[in-house]
Design a protein around this ligand. Structure first.
Ligand code: E4P
Length: 218
């Protein structure tokens, strides 16, 4: 399973990259706004900076919601760097655009996916990645992880090549459950990724090893 970081924060991206486990980055307009990035050129410059930090796919989201606008924006974004993946919302014109990008060799991430039907459409349209939003489904007391399992089953039966990118991850547990449920990729903020490191028995065990070593070498 690939690990993407879900942020536009350059120091978080660098920290995850330094850990040696980072395969890519996802962003969205809210994450860009959170970093205070505004204006067309500033957004593009920021994507270029992210692409320079990461040796892997970087999802850059379009703002347009009509076919022509999505295509125009996506083509500009795709030219910023070879590792840009154009992020397209799961709407009618988005599906048309996914097919257009597929036919023109531009890789895509279909975002805002909340149902198996949407997942089938995106795969049929040739999306490279599919982003089901686990956390937002859990937020309304439904079960985000069962959506990942359902999509993984459908994609395996149908032989779809679109990669399942579990998104809207809120916890380290979500990452582990995504791995068990058949996600090809997770995208998460830095905190849940680093949370995977933690276990009290590791801390206790290490403290004992170091104490015994100190005693033996006193
Ligand atoms: C990633 O591609 C999504 O935009 C992101 O995971 C959404 O996460 P959120 O539900 O925490 O905003």
């Amino acid at each position: 399973m690939k690990f993407f970081i879900d942020t536009a924060n350059l120091s978080d991206i660098q920290e995850a990259a330094d850990l040696g486990i980072l395969d890519g980055v996802t962003t969205n307009p809210s994450l860009m706004a959170k970093e205070g990035i505004s204006g067309d050129q500033a957004v593009k410059d920021h994507y270029v900076k992210i692409c320079e930090l990461v040796d892997g796919d970087v999802s850059a989201e379009v703002i347009s919601t009509d076919f022509e606008g999505i295509v125009q924006e996506g083509e500009v974004l795709a030219q910023l760097a070879p590792n840009i993946v154009v992020k397209v919302p799961m709407i009618r014109d988005g599906v048309k655009a996914l097919r257009h990008f597929y036919d023109h060799g531009i890789r895509t991430n279909c975002t805002l996916v909340f149902s198996p039907g949407q997942a089938i459409l995106a795969a049929k349209a040739g999306a490279t990645y599919l982003s089901p939003f686990i956390g937002r489904i859990d937020d309304i007391t439904w079960d985000g992880m069962s959506l990942i399992r359902e999509i993984a089953e459908i994609y395996a039966i149908q032989g779809y090549e679109t990669e399942i990118l579990a998104a809207s991850i809120r916890s380290s547990k979500h990452i582990v459950e995504s791995a068990k449920s058949g996600a090809d990729v997770i995208t998460a903020p830095l905190k849940p990724i680093l949370g995977l490191l933690n276990h009290p028995l590791t801390d206790i065990g290490l403290a004992k090893f170091l104490a015994d070593h100190k005693k033996a070498n006193a």
